[in-house]
Structure formats: structure tokens, C-alpha cells
Design a protein. Structure first.
Lengths: 368, 232
């Protein structure tokens, strides 16, 4: 009980800090319609969030985060640019890690700004950096936009690029696709057999032999995919050199300054990433202007790939060094894709982050 | 205290469990009338039989109300989060075989692997505006399996029975269900994905990690271990 009160006091302090930085305080309902979250995040959210049901309102979720309701609120009524801050409990099921908290307080800051993206990103990062500076945390940064640009720059079919982009957040599936599109993994036996049959007797006949049509997925959808499979089979493998470049980018772990140099070299061979590299350059400049030493700031190209779907640009996290038992103290990034998904065709450039006051408190107390 | 063994209270699973123990010199049987759920054990002193529904045995093991329990491994994996922390799988018993599989309509000639299912789900969601629905009652097992395989753009819909019929009834596009011979799947024009086996289940003797022990229960357990030829 005493601990919770102390955490709340700490949360109030962080909340006040963000308000001083010009953010408008907002609140969100604890019960959120499950449908929106399920549509956004898929089944995985069911494993991570508490689902409850209401006879009149249908399935509801105890809010697993504030981002979705804050984005919805801004898209409905807010004028851009806007800064918001919020404070409150979030709820997460911890089936794999029962020792972790399933209910904890988050304090967040979200910036909706259609001005220079690099400046907005630098402002948000610098704000968290200043807030957390007494704790001596380690900061990690990454850029999902760079990975997207690298995939778009491959000289292969649009279908293959779309498949790879869709799985940027699922590294294993991404790897399996890249191996197959690069000709390094064999075509599955059943696929080879199907392609042979299509060549021999044609799609119509293959379909007709397959038994009665059942289910919602129509014949036309199946033949569309058969056509896509034939096209894909006729597409040459992605050149080994390009796969190597992509792997080079994925393996990048350096200080920001060195990473930028390295990416400039890569952009000579893969010009499609040049705009993303320019954007990183502008961000580093904006970060320097905010007083961040980018010569010491870490950059990992794959950072944020597994944990933060819908972050689609700059991403960051702050960690207590030597405490691998603790989750990150703060995380954040750019999530334009989420606003696009929730905005019915509209999109608002957005960057934000959250911090966990109980970890701030814990680390303040244990610091020598 | 007595050593408590939970076994399924009816059907073939119960009979086969009794046979399995009998073959190893432990006579367990139901007592009283046909409708009365009481049992007796001969061959091991201070051991009691608890007759339960197979689906409740995982929970009873997890809370430690029984020391040992016989049930399908599928039920333990599905019902207990982090099951290895709660129970120990002591011995697969060689009966009650059933596979949990992902199956799609036979007419989906373009789909044979999870990779195909993922691609079909992406196109389906883009075309229909909702995720490809998979009907199942094994939510945890199926979700973990599909996450591990990197399948996206699907949703699970709950189906507690007649799951094979959901595709024809247009309440799901694919299913994940238990099958032993595949007969019902074929009759409903469904086929199993070639890499779509989620879990191969069989009746298994489990031991609780949280049940209380005293000297009497421990001695009974040692006698049982000897008879069953287990060493742990």
C-alpha cells in the first residue's frame, strides 16, 4: 500500500514534468472496446490483455495502453499540432513472466505534429532523456523506417516486397521469406507439385478437381492466389548482393554517428534508403541541437522489431544497465502507421513515449 | 495424509487408465453404484482415488489438491499457463492419442503450409475487411503455435463443439481441432496443413508441483513408483 502511494506520488511528478513541457493532461477509460484492439494487434493482444465481457457493450479490454484511446481522441477532435500527457494504470497478463506486474502505472507523452519529423522526434527523445537523466540509464535507438525503405529498395516484385514489409515485426517469418525469395531455401515440395500441375492442366482444372467449394473464401480468391504463385515462381531470386546489403543493415549496431556513416556507404549500393538516411542525419542534427551527444548514443537497426508493432520510424528505449531483470524504464517512437489505421484514411504524424514511475522510484532508491 | 491420484471419471479414458495401472500391479476401480463417483486402490497403501472430469484434472493438479493425475497432455498445455512450472509430466501412457491440427477447406488448393495460410490470411483480410477466422477451443495452444510460426492476420473464434462444421456454416474460414484418424475432417471437406500439427496428445501421468507432502504420502508415492517402474 505504502509502495503504491509512493509510486503515485512519483507518477504525479512525471505527469507535472510533461505538463510543464506544454502537454495538455488527458484521461482515458479503463474499459476499452476489444474489437478495435483485436483488429489492430491480432490474437496476440488476447494473450497480453485482460478481456472481459458486457452483455450490452460486448467484449471489453482493460486498457493495455493509452496510445490507442489518445490517438482516437485526437483524430476525432484535436487540432494539430498538439501535445498530450496522461497518467494511470495499464493492465497486462503475464503468463510467461508471472513475476512481472500485471497492473502498473504509466505516464505518457504524445506529440502530434505535422512539422519537421526530425525535430519532433528529437524533442520527444530529449524530453525523456532529461526526465530520466538522474538515473544514469542506457538509451537504445533504432529506425523501423530504415528497414521499410531497405525492403522497398530491393529489385524484386511488389508482391515480395509487400510480404517482407508485412513481416518486419516478425523476424523469423521475415527471415524465412527472405531465404525463399533469395533462392537460398528450396521451394516446398507441395508448392513445386502444385506449380507443375498448374503448368500442365491449368488453374481452372486444378480448382475443379479439389472438391466442393465450402467457406467464405471464394473460388476467385483462390485462383487469384494461384496466379500470384505462378508469377512468383517466374520471378528471379533476389540477387545475393542485395540480400547481403539487407543483412548488413539488419546487423548494424553502432553509435549513431558511426551508424550514419555506415548507412551512407550502403546507400551508394541501395539508393532507395537515401531518403531514410537523410532523415536520420536530420534527426541526429536535431538531437545535437537538443543537447544530446549522438557520438555516444547507441543505434541498433533491429531495435523495436519484435516488441512494438505500428512503430514505423524512429524508436527508443531507456534501460537500467546491469539490471536485465527489469523491463525498460521508458519506451517510445514514431507511430504514423497507427494513426493511419485508426484514422479512416486520415493520418497525423505522431511521436510519443511512456515511462513507468515504479521503476523510476525503484532505481532512485537503489542508486548509491 | 493419503496420496491422491486423480483419474478420468468415465469412458474409455477411465477404463484404459485402470488397465494401465492393473498391468503394473496397482488395482484401481470404481466402487459403489454406477452413478457414484468413488474409487478404491489395491496394491499401494495410503493411496486414494479421486474421480474427476478429464478437463478438471489440470486445475486440480495446479492447485495441489491431488498429487498425481491422469489426463490428456493437450488439456494440461491448454489450460495451464506456464504448465511446466505447475506440473511434471511423469510418463506418457501410450493411449488416448489425438493430434491437435490446423485444417483448411480441401478446395484451397493454394494452401498446404502455414506459410500459405499466412499469405491467404493477408489477402483475405485485405479483401473482406476482417481477419481470417480460425475456429477452435484450444486458444492458448493454437495462438502460441501460430505466433511461433509467424502467421498474422487471423483471429480465433471460440467453438466448443462441431468445430468441423463452422467452415460450411460460414462462421470460420479454417479450424484447429483434435483428430485421431482425420475421418471427420475428410467428411467435412477439410484437409490438414502439412506442417499444421500443433500438438500430439496422449494420456499422461502428471505430478503436481504444489501438492503438500508428508511422510505417509511420500512413502505411498515411493511404493507406487516402484510398481510403475518410474524413477524420478
Amino acid at each position: 500500500m505504502a509502495q503504491k502511494a509512493a509510486t503515485l506520488a512519483q507518477a504525479e511528478r512525471l505527469f507535472a514534468f510533461f505538463q510543464t513541457a506544454g502537454a495538455q493532461p488527458v484521461q482515458a477509460d479503463i474499459l476499452q472496446p476489444a474489437e478495435t484492439l483485436l483488429d489492430l494487434y491480432g490474437e496476440d493482444i488476447r494473450a497480453r490483455a485482460y478481456v472481459t465481457s458486457d452483455p450490452a457493450r460486448g467484449e471489453q479490454m482493460l486498457r493495455p495502453d493509452f496510445t490507442v484511446p489518445v490517438v482516437q481522441m485526437h483524430m476525432q477532435s484535436g487540432a494539430t499540432p498538439a501535445r498530450y500527457t496522461y497518467m494511470g494504470e495499464v493492465f497486462r497478463r503475464q503468463e510467461q513472466h508471472p513475476e512481472r506486474a500485471s497492473e502498473y502505472i504509466q505516464v505518457g507523452f504524445e506529440l502530434f505534429d505535422d512539422g519537421a519529423p526530425a525535430v519532433a522526434e528529437a524533442q520527444v527523445f530529449a524530453l525523456f532523456s532529461e526526465l530520466l537523466s538522474p538515473l544514469g540509464l542506457h538509451a537504445a535507438t533504432g529506425d523501423i523506417g530504415l528497414l521499410v525503405a531497405a525492403v522497398e529498395g530491393l529489385s524484386t516484385s511488389e508482391g515480395r516486397k509487400a510480404a517482407l514489409k508485412r513481416h518486419i515485426w516478425r523476424p523469423r517469418r521475415f527471415r524465412a521469406l527472405l531465404d525463399r525469395f533469395g533462392g537460398r531455401a528450396p521451394v516446398p515440395v507441395s508448392r513445386a507439385r502444385l506449380l507443375k500441375a498448374l503448368d500442365k492442366v491449368g488453374a481452372e482444372s486444378v480448382l475443379n478437381r479439389a472438391g466442393p467449394p465450402i467457406g467464405l473464401r471464394a473460388h476467385t480468391e483462390i485462383s487469384a492466389r494461384l496466379h500470384a504463385l505462378q508469377e512468383d515462381a517466374a520471378t528471379p531470386p533476389i540477387a545475393a548482393g542485395e540480400v547481403e546489403i539487407l543483412e548488413d543493415i539488419l546487423g548494424l549496431r553502432e553509435t549513431c554517428t558511426n551508424a550514419l556513416e555506415h548507412l551512407r556507404d550502403i546507400a551508394v549500393d541501395l539508393p532507395a534508403i537515401a531518403p531514410a538516411v537523410e532523415r536520420m542525419d536530420a534527426r541526429l542534427e536535431a538531437l545535437s541541437a537538443e543537447g544530446i551527444d549522438v557520438d555516444l548514443l547507441d543505434f541498433e537497426a533491429t531495435y523495436g522489431r519484435t516488441t512494438m508493432e505500428y512503430y514505423d520510424g524512429f524508436v527508443f528505449g531507456f534501460y537500467a544497465e546491469g539490471r536485465p531483470d527489469l523491463p525498460p524504464v521508458a519506451t517510445g517512437g514514431r507511430y504514423d502507421a497507427l494513426t493511419r489505421r485508426l484514422g479512416d484514411g486520415r493520418e497525423v504524424p505522431a511521436v510519443g513515449g511512456v515511462v513507468r514511475p515504479e521503476l523510476v522510484l525503484n532505481l532512485t532508491e537503489t542508486r548509491p | 495424509m493419503t496420496l491422491k491420484l486423480g483419474v478420468p471419471s468415465k469412458g474409455r479414458l477411465m477404463e484404459k487408465t485402470f488397465d494401465w495401472f492393473a498391468e503394473r500391479g496397482v488395482e484401481i476401480r470404481r466402487t459403489g453404484s454406477e452413478r457414484e463417483y468413488t474409487g478404491a486402490v489395491e496394491g499401494v497403501e495410503n493411496m486414494a482415488l479421486v474421480l474427476l472430469s478429464a478437463g478438471e484434472i489440470p486445475r486440480e493438479l495446479s492447485t495441489g489438491r491431488i498429487h498425481l493425475g491422469v489426463t490428456g497432455s493437450d488439456l494440461v498445455h491448454e489450460k495451464l499457463a506456464d504448465w511446466q512450472a505447475r506440473v511434471i509430466a511423469m510418463e506418457p501412457m501410450g493411449f488416448g492419442y489425438a493430434d491437435l491440427v490446423v485444417a483448411v477447406p480441401h478446395c484451397w488448393v493454394d494452401v498446404d503450409t502455414l506459410d500459405d495460410l499466412d499469405a491467404a490470411a493477408a489477402a483475405f483480410r485485405a479483401g473482406h475487411g476482417f481477419r481470417l477466422r480460425i475456429a477452435t477451443k484450444y486458444h492458448r495452444l493454437v495462438r502460441d503455435f501460430l505466433r511461433e510460426a509467424g502467421v498474422a492476420d487471423y483471429s480465433l473464434v471460440d467453438s466448443q463443439g462441431a468445430t468441423e462444421g463452422t467452415v460450411r456454416n460460414l462462421t470460420a474460414e479454417a479450424i484447429a481441432d483434435i483428430t485421431s484418424t482425420g475421418e471427420t475432417l475428410r467428411a467435412n471437406h477439410l484437409k490438414i496443413l502439412s506442417d499444421g500439427v500443433v500438438h500430439r496428445s496422449q494420456a499422461t501421468l502428471f505430478k503436481s508441483r504444489s501438492a503438500p507432502w508428508d511422510a505417509t504420502a511420500r512413502a505411498a508415492f515411493r511404493t507406487l513408483e516402484d510398481k510403475l517402474g518410474l524413477d524420478s
